[in-house]
Design a protein around this ligand. Structure first.
Ligand SMILES: Cc1cc2nc3c(=O)[nH]c(=O)nc-3n(C[C@H](O)[C@H](O)[C@H](O)COP(=O)(O)OP(=O)(O)OC[C@H]3O[C@@H](n4cnc5c(N)ncnc54)[C@H](O)[C@@H]3O)c2cc1C
Length: 415
């Protein structure tokens, strides 16, 4: 065993050892993305007497927001990658490992490399995993590196960028979008813009074909369609009601219900569900996919003492699966957990804001925002009528705000 691995294991075991009789309350957080990282930081900031242990399998956070710009060459992996030192400075103990099981009766989390960590409260923010089985042949094609989703920023983002760069001029890129709900409603249409912008500039004889399982563009439709018409006519073709049911990596086709569509680069995003650990831990409540929570605390409706955040949740009405929302979920959970551990009970009913920016060209952006507040009658968060809305038109100012939003949320979650 390498010294580095030994030290990590020793750290995990020492956490497990002192976990049986903790002197301080301990919160364990699984997943250091927008939800988990923010929750870990805010619990430590708001109540430094609580021990917070973050279990994250990756060495750094790679942001999905802005990752579409990497595909076009307008940003790079370094810019969207952020380490966990900021959380360590807040006193969060970061354990780089995979949480492989949760025992709610013993209140402990098993680590893949061995050892258990006990908790008083557990936060699960694992993001999404995919229902690969719904797109026949996808998993094998992805393992072979032939077909990518690039819907978790990281190695696949880089690989997709490479495929686009290596594609011949005159080639066809196929982008396939799953039925909603999926992570980031406007994300696929932003990706369409970024790929089209790259093709227009670097491979002008090429085309992008967008196959959407949904009947129409699911977010900022008018603004995206205007950008496609004004900026990418002849490059980008959009088809609604075009659900991918399979891929053939040898023929390089996406199989729709009625025909096969051929491409040189196939970017197929399969349907998603809550991340694997949420499924294994029995937190899923709906359609074998999502985890319902009490929106005043983010506590699971199925397993007491476990709070689920971010994309893994069964979204409240009109609430998108976004980094912005996951960051807000984290603050609701942090306040509720501090209240519960300190015996102070629940705080005020939550009211949270979502803003999602999208780039439609290198510099121009568009925005959608909404406000969600607790409604006691319906027992959930509902969209506040008349609040929020979309940009009047695409603009460079919105593009500047989009970059500012990204830098601010990275800092709020991780620094
Ligand atoms: C292309 C694209 C563009 C986007 N653009 C925007 C945008 O502009 N604005 C916006 O608000 N949102 C955007 N999003 C959506 C946003 O990225 C997600 O909604 C957000 O990441 C959800 O946060 P999360 O905490 O639920 O999951 P994540 O941020 O995915 O974090 C999950 C973390 O958990 C870790 N993990 C999972 N399981 C385990 C385990 N068992 N053990 C240890 N670690 C584990 C993972 O490694 C990961 O770090 C975009 C998404 C995509 C794909």
């Amino acid at each position: 065993m390498k010294r580095r691995d030994f030290l990590k294991l020793a750290a995990a075991f020492s956490l497990a050892g002192c976990a049986t009789t903790p002197s301080k309350a301990r919160v364990v957080v699984i997943g250091g993305g927008f939800g988990g990282a923010t929750a870990a930081k805010y619990i430590r900031m708001w109540d430094p007497s609580i021990d917070v242990v973050l279990v994250e399998r990756e060495s750094a956070f790679v942001s999905c927001p802005i990752s579409n710009l990497v595909l076009a060459g307008y940003s790079n992996m370094q810019e969207i990658s952020h380490g966990y030192d900021g959380l360590r400075r807040h006193g969060v103990q970061v354990v780089r490992d995979e949480a492989s099981a949760i025992d709610p009766a013993k209140k402990s989390v098993r680590l893949a490399r061995g050892g258990d960590i006990s908790y008083e409260r557990l936060i699960v923010s694992p993001g999404i995993d995919f229902n690969f089985g719904e797109v026949q042949g996808f998993d094998a094609a992805m393992q072979a590196g032939r077909v990518l989703h690039a819907w978790k920023a990281g190695a696949q983002t880089e690989a997709l960028r490479r495929q686009l760069v290596e594609m011949r001029d005159g080639g066809v890129v196929v982008l396939s979008i799953p039925l909603a709900p999926y992570r980031c409603p406007p994300g696929p249409y932003e990706r369409a813009c970024m790929i089209a912008a790259y093709l227009k500039q670097a491979k002008p004889r090429s085309k992008l074909l967008v196959l959407d399982a949904n009947p129409d563009v699911t977010s900022k439709g008018g603004l995206f369609k205007a950008a496609w018409k004004d900026l990418y006519a002849g490059v980008l073709e959009y088809r609604g009601n075009a659900k991918a049911v399979g891929v053939d990596a040898t023929a390089m086709t996406v199989k729709l219900e009625v025909e096969d569509v051929k491409g040189d680069v196939l970017n197929v995003v399969p349907p998603h569900r809550a991340g694997n650990i949420a499924v294994q831990a029995g937190l899923v409540t709906h359609n074998n996919r999502w985890c319902d929570v009490d929106w005043r605390s983010m506590e699971s409706k199925k397993v007491p003492g476990i709070h689920v955040l971010g994309d893994a949740t069964l979204s409240a009405p009109a609430m998108p699966k976004s980094g912005s929302m996951a960051n807000n979920h984290a603050k609701i959970a942090a306040a509720a957990i501090i209240g519960a551990l300190g015996g102070r009970g629940a705080g005020p009913d939550p009211k949270i804001i979502n803003t999602c920016y999208s780039f439609v060209s290198e510099k121009e952006g568009i925005r959608v925002s909404s406000v969600h507040e607790w409604d006691a009658g319906q027992g959930t968060l509902i969209g506040v009528k008349g609040a929020g809305g979309v940009s009047a038109a695409r603009s460079e100012s919105e593009g500047t705000y989009a970059w500012n939003w990204a830098r601010t949320i990275w800092a709020d979650s991780l620094a």
